[in-house]
Design a protein around this ligand. Structure first.
Ligand code: FES
Length: 355
């Protein structure tokens, strides 16, 4: 571990606010008499939060006084754990994971962006907005490379997405928390390699239309289809929850486009239907006249366009149309792929059901 020292410039004193003091006293009271030192990390953390994300000598000494500990013991704790900052940090404090999985996945390129846009590690930009440091594994290795900025994780980064993220934060624009490539949680980056029969084989985690939906119904199709439906519904619900969790971080007056941009990428559109003949998108169960018109406005006129939507594009359109999760729930992509290939959609199958 590197040597960690207190900042050269120190405030003269530190006192907890009345609210934090009351909280600290409750925290100390959780431990038996003589064991108040057990509250040291909790109190240091609250002191750090109160001081703008760093600990001064005065704050360390105040915690020592409240816990009846020698100041050197509290200083040892504060200098040992890198979660405690010993000098001021930026309003956006970037902790960049440089441990092996992130390093192998491109953390060096992320570091280069930090150097170019912020400066050396520990340097606070002139406007006080940014500073950065390299830290050990933050436990999100499946989505490497990643950084933590204040309380949020930003994952699946590359040079361009990270540079854009810093630019968005600097400009006060909404920034997308979590995976920057649109992955849900830690799903496979290259599509499914197992259980494909349950989830479909399009490699995008998009459940396929059950066989019963594109072939005449048979009595034996019922149970298998129900099992698939339950699985499918769970996938759609997870999608919806993921998108809603991102939307919850946005300002209330964000436009539909800003919301959609925060969760995905707009699919490429075309200026007009090929040969002036748009497909009847309403053959996709779930697309009515209103949504068909909105899709046309987005430059979507043909089944094969919808069939090509990637996960990020599904999220963008679903959010733009204000129904996250519904495109998965109603299997638009699989229906459109079938229709583009001359097959049927769920609307053509009288036995089909949507959820
Ligand atoms: S190695 Fe980077 S989060 Fe684990």
């Amino acid at each position: 571990m590197s040597v960690r020292r207190l900042a050269d410039e120190q405030p003269a004193r530190f006192d907890f606010t009345p609210e934090n003091k009351a909280w600290a006293e409750k925290e100390i009271a959780k431990y038996p008499p003589g064991r108040q030192a057990s509250a040291v990390i909790a109190l240091l953390w609250r002191a750090q939060e109160q001081s703008g994300a760093w600990l001064s000598r005065a704050a360390i000494e105040k915690v020592a006084e409240m816990l009846d500990m020698p100041a050197i013991r509290v200083l040892e704790v504060a200098t040992f754990y890198t979660m405690f900052n010993l000098a001021p940090v930026g309003r956006y404090y970037v902790q960049l994971c440089g441990t092996t999985p992130c390093m192998l996945s491109g953390a060096e390129a992320i570091k280069q962006v930090c150097r170019e846009k912020i400066g050396a590690p520990g340097h606070v930009t002139a406007d006080g907005a940014f500073s950065w440091t390299e830290v050990e594994c933050l436990g999100a290795c499946c989505n490497a490379p990643m950084v933590q900025i204040n309380q949020d994780y930003y994952e699946d980064l590359d040079k361009a997405s990270f540079a854009k993220l810093l630019d968005d934060l600097a400009a006060g624009r909404p920034a997308k928390v979590g995976s920057q490539t649109g992955r849900a949680a830690s799903e496979m980056t290259g599509g499914l390699t197992a259980l494909a029969s349950l989830y479909g084989v399009d490699g995008k985690g998009v459940p396929a239309i059950p066989a019963a939906a594109s072939t005449p119904a048979s009595p034996s199709a019922g149970p298998a289809r129900d099992a698939s439906d339950a699985d499918h519904e769970a996938h759609a619900a997870a999608e919806e929850a993921h998108v809603k969790s991102v939307l919850a971080t946005l300002p209330k007056d964000a436009t539909p486009e800003e919301k959609a941009n925060a969760v995905g990428a707009r699919p490429p559109g075309i200026a007009a239907a090929r040969d002036g003949k748009p497909d009847a998108l309403q053959r996709v169960k779930g697309i009515g006249p209103v949504n068909e018109a909105k899709l046309n406005e987005l430059g979507v006129f043909h089944f094969d366009q919808i069939a090509k939507w990637a996960r990020e594009e599904i999220r963008w359109v679903g959010t733009y149309l204000a129904f996250p999760g519904r495109i998965d729930r109603e299997r638009w992509v699989s229906q459109a792929a079938n229709l583009a290939a001359g097959g049927v959609g769920l609307k053509d199958d009288p036995t089909s059901k949507t959820h």
